[in-house]
Design a protein. Structure first.
Length: 113
């Protein structure tokens, strides 16, 4: 029950952020600041697919493992980029929290029968 709730929370967050990569001009500015603007659409798509994969993973365990593992890796990279850019701790916190959350989901999904 707790695991399913965490999966839905993460999925909704990634679907929201994934869509915002295409709809929010502030996201474009952030990626320009990082020098990664050419990857913005790719990352938005990965977040959308990851969020959808988490929802599908509620029924298909292998998809849950792949989606949560991929999102955890994506957030680890995002966290590292923010650290490299010397962003304030509060700006780094969401990527770190979602990295931990999706890693937890992945580990728990691997343990499922």
């Amino acid at each position: 029950m707790l695991l399913n709730s965490l999966i839905v929370i993460s999925a909704v967050a990634f679907l929201f952020y994934g869509f915002s990569f295409f709809l929010n001009s502030g996201m474009k500015g952030e990626f320009e600041r990082y020098g990664l603007d050419k990857f913005r659409k790719l990352i938005g798509c990965l977040q959308l697919f990851g969020g959808l994969g988490l929802l599908v993973g509620l029924v298909l365990q292998p998809i849950l493992v792949i989606s949560s593992g991929g999102l955890s890796l994506l957030m680890m990279i995002g966290f590292a980029v923010r650290l490299k850019m010397k962003d304030r701790f509060l700006l780094c916190l969401p990527s770190f929290m979602f990295m931990i959350l999706n890693f937890y989901i992945c580990v728990q999904a691997i343990k499922l029968p």
